[in-house]
Design a protein around this ligand. Structure first.
Ligand SMILES: [Fe+2]
Ligand SMILES: [Fe+2]
Length: 277
């Protein structure tokens, strides 16, 4: 359906873009879900054999879905329903694990916030599955999405600090500096999100903010890529359970960058903002 103020051509271009982007989106998130299940299996206490088996079963289920979504060119309704059911079940499982942690019924090596973090990502994916969204085309949408991702980016840094050996002082220091930046970006994003509720005709300050966010996220992305390389080469002391974890958070930073880049390319407000500088 054409949005207010859109020409039919713009509306059609939007529909095509949604169809093309949706498959990529689903492929990305199905892999992420599979890895979350693996991280839970790795982080549970070894005596929780039943929960570990359930987490592994989820990893296998998403691995199968991952292969299927890689082979198709469109997501048929049956496959979509299967993915939705699998994500719903994974969310329920992760919430169950989190409740057990909060009640101190289990004492795993992964922090409760990590389980909350990955559940938030699963809920985000479920929302995308249930309500297919067009690419971010308004500053309000971009800011809302930035609030989601900045919270995830901030927590990635907190998890990395937590996983580094205390003797890795220089790396911890570097991560703490990034944490300060991302805490501030998240706070600002929440302010701008609230202000954008007034639906201004244009909001160039927020567009400038998206540019800043992109710049800082590219730095964080490089930091994560370096951390991953160090883990793979065994050049860092840490409790990172698997190099897949550092690669996973780097891929999420790339996804955030891609979404913000797409917003920038779709909107001419950036050009007008630059022209007025
Ligand atoms: Fe994740
Ligand atoms: Fe994440």
């Amino acid at each position: 359906m054409a949005e207010e103020g859109q020409t039919p051509e713009e509306s059609l271009a939007q529909v095509n873009s949604v169809t093309n982007g949706r498959l990529q989106e689903i492929r990305f998130w199905v892999t992420i879900m599979k890895e979350h299940a693996l991280f839970i299996a790795l982080g549970l206490p070894c005596d929780q054999t039943d929960l570990i088996a359930q987490a592994q079963a989820f990893a296998e289920q998403f691995e199968t879905l991952e292969e299927r979504v890689r082979q198709v060119t469109t997501i048929e309704p049956e496959l979509l329903e299967e993915i939705i059911a699998a994500v719903r079940a994974l969310i329920a499982f992760q919430r169950g694990i989190l409740a057990l942690m909060l009640q101190c019924s289990i004492r795993p090596s992964i922090p409760p916030l990590f389980v909350d973090h990955i559940t938030r990502e699963a809920v985000h994916f479920l929302e995308l599955l249930l309500n297919p969204q067009p690419p971010l085309s308004t500053i309000q949408q971009a800011i809302r999405r930035a609030v989601f991702w900045l919270r995830q980016m901030k927590e990635h840094i907190e998890f990395i600090i937590h996983l580094l050996d205390p003797s890795e002082r220089l790396l911890i220091n570097q991560a703490e500096k990034l944490l300060k930046v991302f805490r501030k970006l998240l706070e600002t994003a929440r302010d701008l999100e609230s202000m954008s509720e007034s639906r201004p005709l244009f909001f160039n300050a927020a567009v400038r903010f998206i540019f800043e966010v992109n710049e800082k996220t590219a730095i964080l992305r490089d930091f994560k890529a370096t951390a991953h390389e160090l883990v793979v080469l065994c050049r860092v002391l840490s409790t990172v359970p698997d190099p897949l974890l550092t690669d996973h958070v780097r891929r999420e930073a790339d996804k955030f960058l891609k979404e913000m880049e797409e917003f920038k390319s779709l909107t001419n407000v950036c050009e007008s903002m630059r022209a007025s500088q």
